[in-house]
Design a protein around this ligand. Structure first.
Ligand SMILES: [Zn+2]
Length: 249
């Protein structure tokens, strides 16, 4: 996500934002509740482990090598498409990897077995005005809160992969889908290679304005380990090296 040009700052409240946040909060609370009921925390090595946290490269080596989640190109040498890239138009940083498709007709697949947490296929799309407000509010904060990011994902899927030795609790996210696969529902166990949906541009500026912006058709893919995206705070060369390791490149 997030290659859109800077938005004009125009901060104001938005009733849509409140409604959407309430809707998504319900989704997230439901997912967390079911997650807690499975006894996830009892298996989390972080709750008892000591010593220094592993580096992103070490975590990536423990998780990977993974198949790419799409056949759209991974431009690994463009730091703007990788985690930690600055996102000045909204504050904060990019938290995932963008696979730029430029055309419809490509699928996203999960490279790991897991359990579907969120299959958000019916969320409202921000209007262009609401999007400007969301971005301006985030920019005024100096960072984009996770709840605001969720309003910019369009149709999205989150899959819980459980605890992976040497890494931690691993979750992947697939955003800006044109369609969430009809078979997916929260709680469904899926094998590696399962189709997540069709890649599109939902949640992007182009989706709201109808402008012709082929770069908007892309998969925003995230891997989070213990509730933080892989590579947070690392230098661009470290991030690139970690994701090369993750994908066995
Ligand atoms: Zn992105």
């Amino acid at each position: 996500m997030d290659r859109a040009p800077d938005a004009v700052a125009r901060a104001s409240g938005s009733r849509w934002t409140v409604v959407a946040i309430a809707a998504i909060a319900g989704l997230v609370v439901g997912a967390i509740a079911s997650w807690a009921l499975t006894g996830h925390d009892a298996d989390d090595p972080d709750s008892s482990a000591g010593g220094p946290a592993p580096s992103a490269a070490e975590v990536a080596a423990a998780i990977g090598p993974l198949a790419l989640p799409t056949d759209c190109p991974l431009q690994i040498d463009d730091p703007d498409l990788l985690p930690n890239a600055a996102r000045d138009y909204r504050g904060g940083v990019h938290e995932g990897v963008d696979f730029i498709c430029r055309e419809l007709g490509h699928d996203a697949t999960t490279p790991l077995p897991g359990r579907v947490m969120v299959a958000a296929r019916d969320l409202p799309e921000p209007t262009p005005e609401e999007r400007v407000d969301l971005l301006a509010d985030a920019k005024a904060l100096g960072d984009t809160p996770p709840w605001t990011l969720r309003l910019l994902y369009g149709q999205f899927v989150v899959i819980d992969h459980g605890v992976i030795d040497g890494a931690g609790h691993v979750v992947t996210l697939y955003a800006h889908l044109a369609e969430v696969d009809p078979a997916l529902r929260p709680g469904l166990e899926v094998p590696a290679g399962t189709r997540v949906g069709a890649i599109g541009e939902s949640g992007t500026q182009a989706a709201g304005t109808g402008e012709d912006a082929p770069y908007s058709i892309h998969l925003h893919w995230e891997v989070q380990v213990d509730d933080e995206f892989l590579g947070r705070g690392d230098e661009p060369d470290e991030v690139r090296a970690a994701y090369r390791t993750l994908f066995g490149l």
